[in-house]
Design a protein around this ligand. Structure first.
Ligand code: GLA
Length: 693
C-alpha cells in the first residue's frame, strides 16, 4: 500500500498507511474533515462512510462529527483546535475543505474560511518508523487577525473508558508514572515556558494493554515551552486527544501574508502493547538524534558545586580518565563572579560568560590541555537564557529581561530570564557561544535553564517566540560547530520532549541521582523517549537528596542502562572503589554497542525485581535489580524479548557458561536469584555466529 492514498471525488477520502497502521479521514457533504479510522491496516477502498445521525437538537452535526481540526464556532462544544479574533471583532471560525496536495509520503489538506484564513493540515507518514507526523499552518489573508489558540492536531480513538498514561512529578522527582482511566476531560499542561517537570507533552491511551499485548495509541508534541494535551471522552463513544502550544495567555497577531506554523506531533499506534508503542517512539527520537554512541562522561557538579578551581578540576579529570571516562564536563561555577553568599544564595555570574580569573588564573587552557592529554573530550555548562542581577551583563542591559511595568522583577535561584524575542539578546547569546566554542577545544555543551518564565507582560506570543528563538540559537551554533554535542537540561528533567531532541543531543533526566529513585524515573521516561538520549550518573552516597546509601555496583548498574555518566567526587574514592568503578565503565563500553532496543521485562516473582533488557541483532543485555528481599526471598524468571527464536545465544549464568536458543530464552527464560538489599546483576547474551536465523 502506498503511504498516502487519496480516493478522489467531490468528497475525497484520505488514507495514510504504515506497515501496522491505517489512518483515514474524508471530506463530508458540508466540507468538514471527518475522522474515520486510526488503527490496524485497512484498504481505503473498503471504507464505508456511514451517515451520522443528529440525535437531537442538542446533539448537532458539528458536535457529533469527529473532526481532524475542529475550529471554534457553530455547534461545537468539545475541545476546539483553532480560536481566532477577526479584525471585525467576529470570533466564529468556519473552515471548509478547499483542496489537497499529496506527494510521496506527505499529504497537505487545505481548509479555508471565507473571512480570509487558510489552514493547512500537514501529514507525513514515516514508513520505516511506523509513525505519522502532523502539524498545521495557519495563514492570514487579512490584516489584524489574532490567533487565540492553534493546536497542532486532534486525534480520535474509537473507544471509551481508555487508560491514559503520562508522568507527574516536580524537581528531583520527575517522570513518575501516572496511570488513570479517562472520564470527562483531562488537561495536562505547562504554563512555565519550559516543557517542565510536572507532566510531559504526550498522551498514551490503551485498552487492556500489557507490555507486549493490547492496543495502544500515542501522540507526543515536539515543543519545549508551554504545552497543552487534552484527552476528552466524548458522549458518542470516542476519545479525542489534542496536543499543541498551550493557549493559556497566548495571542499571536497575524497580518495579511503572515503564517503561524505549529510544532509537530508524532502519533503512533501499536497492537503489540506498550512496548510496541515505545519502540516506535524510540525510533522516532533516534531519527532526530545524531547517530553514534554517546561518550561516557564525567560531570563535576555534585563533586564541587560552585567551588570550581583549575587545580581541583584537573585532579578530578585525572581520576575520571583513570576510571575510563571519555568526556570531562565542567559544570556551573567556572565563569563571572559565580560565588554563593554566606546563606548559599547566588546572585552573580549568569550573563558574564568570561572565565573567572580567580578560579582559572590562566584561563581554561591548562584544564582543557590536561583533559585532552588524558584522552578525553572537554565539555562545559552554560545557562544562556538567564542573567543574574549583579552581573555586568544586567548592569549594561537592564532592559533585556522579561519584566512587568511597575512590579519588582521575579527572581528565582537569584536569576532573571532574558527576553529571547529581542534580536540583540539572540545575537549576544549566539556570539557568546560561538566565541566560547571557537576559542576553546569544547566538544560538549550542557545547556541549562534553572527557573520557569514569568512576567512576559503584554507580549503574549512570547511563549512561542522564546522557544523558537532558543531552537534557532542552538541550531545556528551547531551549524557553526557541527562536532559539538548539546545536552538539554532545565533544573534536571524540565526539558524532555521531542522538540528539544530535534536540536539537542542528550537529556539530563533528573537532578535526582539516587539509584533506586532512578529506576522509576528511567522506566517511566522510557515509555516515550529513547534511553540512548537519557544521561544517567553514578554519584556519591549518602545521596544528597534521598540520604540513601546504595552500593557502588547497584549505582553503576542503574546508570548503565542509560547513557552512562559519573558525578562522584573521585578524589575521595579509595583505590579499591576506583578499580571497581573502572571495571563497570569498561563493562559498559563492552555492552554499549548491544544497547539498541529497550525492553521493560515483566517480573513474575513476588519479590520486587526490576528487570530491563536491551536487544540487537548481535545479542542482548539484561539489567536486573532487587532493591530489597522480601519475606520468602524468591527468585524470578527472566524471559527475554526481541531475540531471534532460531538463533543461539551464549551467556554466563550462575557462574557457568551456557548456550540456549532465542526460543528458549524468550519462552521459558532463565531463573535469577538475587539476595539481600540493593542486589543487581547484568547479564550479556551473545548471538553465536554462524547459527541459523
Ligand atoms: C541544575 C542542573 C544541575 C547542575 C546545576 C548547576 O540544577 O540540573 O545538573 O548543572 O543546575 O547550577
Amino acid at each position: 500500500m502506498a503511504a498516502v492514498e487519496v480516493i478522489a471525488g467531490e468528497q475525497p477520502l484520505f488514507a495514510l498507511h504504515t506497515d501496522t497502521t491505517s489512518y483515514v479521514f474524508a471530506v463530508t457533504e458540508t466540507g468538514l474533515l471527518r475522522h474515520l479510522h486510526w488503527g490496524a491496516p485497512i484498504p481505503a477502498s473498503d471504507v464505508i462512510v456511514e451517515p451520522l445521525w443528529e440525535l437531537s437538537t442538542n446533539d448537532l452535526i458539528q458536535d457529533i462529527t469527529p473532526q481532524e481540526y475542529p475550529p471554534h464556532g457553530r455547534f461545537r462544544y468539545n475541545e476546539q483546535c483553532l480560536m481566532l479574533r477577526f479584525p471585525d471583532g467576529g470570533r466564529e471560525v468556519d473552515l471548509g475543505y478547499d483542496s489537497h496536495e499529496a506527494a510521496g509520503d506527505e499529504l497537505t489538506v487545505v481548509l479555508r474560511d471565507p473571512k480570509g484564513v487558510v489552514v493547512r493540515l500537514h501529514y507525513r507518514v514515516l514508513p520505516r518508523i511506523d509513525a505519522i507526523v502532523r502539524w498545521a499552518t495557519v495563514s492570514s489573508e487579512v490584516d489584524g487577525l489574532v490567533i487565540e489558540s492553534a493546536a497542532s492536531a486532534q486525534f480520535h480513538v474509537p473507544f471509551r473508558d481508555l487508560t491514559l498514561r503520562n508522568v507527574q512529578g516536580h524537581w528531583g522527582a520527575e517522570q513518575q508514572e501516572m496511570v488513570q482511566t479517562v472520564a470527562g476531560k483531562i488537561v495536562l499542561e505547562s504554563r512555565r515556558g519550559i516543557s517542565n517537570h510536572h507532566h510531559n507533552p504526550y498522551a498514551v491511551l490503551s485498552r487492556g494493554a500489557t507490555q507486549t499485548e493490547g492496543r495502544v495509541w500515542g501522540a507526543a508534541l515536539a515543543f519545549s515551552g508551554n504545552t497543552k494535551t487534552v484527552v476528552e471522552q466524548t458522549q458518542y463513544g470516542q476519545t479525542l486527544v489534542q496536543l499543541g502550544v498551550n493557549d493559556f495567555d497566548l495571542e499571536i497577531a497575524l497580518d495579511a501574508g503572515r503564517s503561524f506554523v505549529t510544532p509537530a506531533v508524532v502519533a503512533v499506534h501499536s497492537e503489540q502493547g506498550l512496548e510496541g508503542l515505545s519502540h516506535r517512539f524510540h525510533d522516532y527520537g533516534q531519527s532526530l538524534m545524531r547517530p553514534g554512541l554517546r561518550p561516557v562522561l564525567y560531570n563535576s557538579w555534585e563533586a564541587t558545586n560552585f567551588a570550581v578551581t583549575c587545580d581541583g578540576q584537573i585532579a578530578l579529570a585525572r581520576r575520571a580518565a583513570q576510571v575510563g571516562a571519555e568526556l570531562f564536563v565542567v559544570d556551573d561555577g567556572w565563569f563571572g563572579r559565580r560565588n554563593p553568599d554566606a546563606a548559599g544564595g547566588i546572585h552573580d555570574g549568569l550573563g558574564d560568560w568570561w572565565v573567572d580569573p580567580e578560579k582559572f588564573p590562566d584561563g581554561l587552557a591548562p584544564l582543557i590541555d590536561e583533559v585532552r592529554a588524558l584522552g578525553m573530550g572537554f565539555g562545559i555548562w552554560v545557562e544562556p537564557e538567564m542573567v543574574n542581577p549583579e552581573s555586568d551583563l544586567f548592569a549594561a542591559h537592564p532592559d533585556w529581561i522579561y519584566s512587568e511595568p511597575g512590579r519588582d522583577v521575579d527572581s528565582a535561584r537569584g536569576q532573571y530570564v532574558l527576553n529571547l524575542t529581542l534580536a540583540p539578546v539572540r545575537d549576544f547569546i549566539t556570539t557568546m557561544l560561538d566565541g566560547l566554542l571557537s576559542e576553546n577545544d569544547i566538544v560538549y555543551v550542557k545547556w541549562d535553564a534553572n527557573r520557569p518564565m514569568s512576567q512576559v507582560g503584554a507580549g503574549r506570543d512570547v511563549w512561542v517566540r522564546h522557544i523558537e528563538s532558543l531552537y534557532a540559537i542552538v541550531a545556528e551554533v551547531k551549524r557553526r560547530h557541527p562536532g559539538v554535542l548539546f545536552e538539554a537540561c532545565a533544573s534536571g528533567g524540565g526539558r524532555i520532549d521531542f522538540g528539544a531532541l530535534s536540536v539537542f543531543d542528550d537529556f539530563w533526566t533528573s537532578d535526582n541521582t539516587d539509584a533506586l529513585d532512578r529506576l522509576e524515573i528511567q522506566r517511566a521516561y522510557s515509555l516515550v523517549y529513547p534511553p540512548q538520549a537519557m544521561r544517567a550518573w553514578v554519584t556519591d552516597v549518602p545521596n544528597f537528596l534521598s540520604q540513601r546509601t546504595i552500593p557502588l555496583r547497584f549505582r553503576f548498574h542503574a546508570a548503565m542502562f542509560g547513557s552512562l555518566g559519573i558525578g562522584c567526587d573521585l578524589t575521595k574514592m579509595t583505590d579499591e572503589q576506583l578499580s571497581e568503578a573502572t571495571r563497570y565503565v569498561e563493562q559498559y563500553k563492552q555492552l554499549r554497542p548491544l544497547m539498541d532496543r529497550f525492553h521493560r521485562l515483566e517480573n513474575p516473582s513476588p519479590n520486587d525485581y526490576r528487570l530491563f533488557q536491551y536487544s540487537c541483532p548481535q545479542g542482548a543485555v539484561v539489567f536486573a535489580f532487587l532493591p530489597q528481599s522480601r519475606l520468602g526471598h524468591k527468585p524470578t524468571t527472566v524471559r527475554l524479548r526481541g531475540l531471534d527464536p532460531q538463533a543461539r545465544y551464549r551467556f554466563t549464568h550462575d557462574w557457568q557458561q551456557r548456550e540456549a536458543s532465542g526460543e528458549y530464552l524468550m519462552h521459558r527464560g532463565i531463573r535469577l536469584w538475587l539476595q539481600g538489599d540493593y542486589a543487581s546483576e547484568v547479564i550479556r547474551f551473545d548471538r553465536v555466529t554462524g547459527s541459523s536465523g
